[in-house]
Design a binder for this molecule. Structure first.
Ligand code: 3PZ
Ligand code: ZN
Length: 322
């Protein structure tokens, strides 16, 4: 493996791009995100902190280093973001919202610490479940992010995911949520963010994931959707999120996990996609970028590794596409 790394790694030529997985560099990169608290970038991303902890922690688990972040400090931080309402904010002092509440539940589940909610949370499991379930619209079945917010399928998927991890799926009106997902289905086989909205791979993940959790994948036209998803692969191996758009590593996750859930993973060229993701690594400083030569971030790092994991790349733990 030979490489050039500089600011933004602009000008890296094809033969300099990495072709091996830089496992150790990725572990160090994620650890460094936690310790660089004296840098401006750390504070600029405070509104994403709890999501960032989930992305970083998941990446470490995939890399086989689940203990590379201190477990006790992780649990303490998650609990410090909670409110008496049961909801969580992005960081202490930030408003409670569905997106951070889902991340909180996912982080606690990942370190097998959901029991801590009842032991020393500001609200126990049932109240967390109630915070989420209350955001469901009584007639449309969709979910909002907070009491003032818009309704969309991202929140519906997050709600079912978190409630299912909490063992409280029955708090939601699941049949009504399923009916809402079906209302978001399009004639091209895909799904949009709300009824009538154009198909997009991110929304397809949320809709198919929600149907998977609800046990209703029988409602999906798998061949039609699988065709639309497999058309996302571009000549360089990367995947885009909808027609005419650029490839981006994060779609390796949204597209691939959807294909895996409908048993059509082999409908794209996994070898070419693996090579594309590997080329997006910064092999020296660690981390994965949206495309080759760009700046890395924790979001594209976790979704790049998740894509490689679904493709069965050697040396990575297996991820659940749902
Ligand atoms: C990124 N968010 O709105 S964001 C996100 N995007 O909070 C996190 N691929 O400017 C990071 N694009 C980087 N670290 C990007 C999360 C977005 C997705 C933007 C992006 C990714 C291409 C343009 C929305 C789950 C959760 C959130 C999203 C999608 C899926 C940004 C821009 C937006 C955001 C954060 C930073 C760097 C990281
Ligand atoms: Zn992206």
């Amino acid at each position: 493996m030979s490489l050039v790394s500089g600011p933004g790694r602009a000008g890296a030529s094809a033969q300099d791009l990495p072709t091996d997985l830089a496992t150790n560099a990725h572990v160090k990169y994620i650890q460094s995100l936690n310790t660089r608290q004296d840098e401006l970038e750390y504070w600029l991303t405070e509104h994403l902190r709890l999501n960032g902890v989930y992305w970083g922690l998941t990446a470490l688990h995939l890399l086989g280093s689940p203990d590379a972040l201190p477990r006790d400090a992780t649990i303490d931080f998650v609990l410090s973001c909670q409110y008496e309402s049961g909801g969580f904010g992005a960081a202490p002092g930030h408003d409670a919202h569905m997106l951070y509440t889902v991340s909180a539940v996912q982080v606690l589940a990942t370190v097998d610490a959901l029991g801590e909610l009842d032991k020393r949370g500001k609200a126990g499991k049932e109240k967390v479940g109630k915070f989420i379930a209350t955001l469901q619209h009584p007639t449309t079945g969709s979910f909002a992010g907070d009491e003032w917010g818009e309704y969309d399928t991202r929140f519906l998927y997050g709600a079912l995911n978190a409630l299912s991890l909490l063992g409280l799926l029955h708090f939601a009106d699941v049949p009504n949520a399923v009916a809402h997902v079906q209302a978001c289905a399009n004639f091209d086989g895909g799904y949009g963010i709300s009824p009538g909205a154009e198909s997009h791979a991110g929304q397809i993940f949320t809709c198919v994931g929600a149907l998977a959790i609800a046990g209703r994948l029988d409602l999906v036209d798998k061949d039609h959707l699988g065709m639309w998803l497999s058309e996302r692969q571009l000549p360089n191996g990367g995947l885009n999120g909808r027609p005419e758009k650029l490839e981006d590593v994060c779609y390796s996750w949204w597209v691939l996990s959807s294909l895996a859930m409908i048993d059509r993973l082999h409908w794209i060229d996994g070898e070419k996609l693996s090579q594309f993701i590997l080329q997006c690594q910064d092999p020296q400083e660690g981390g994965v970028a949206d495309r080759p030569g760009d700046m890395v971030d924790v979001f594209h790092t976790v979704f790049g590794l998740s894509g490689l994991s679904l493709l069965g790349f050697p040396g990575l733990e297996q991820i659940d596409p749902i």
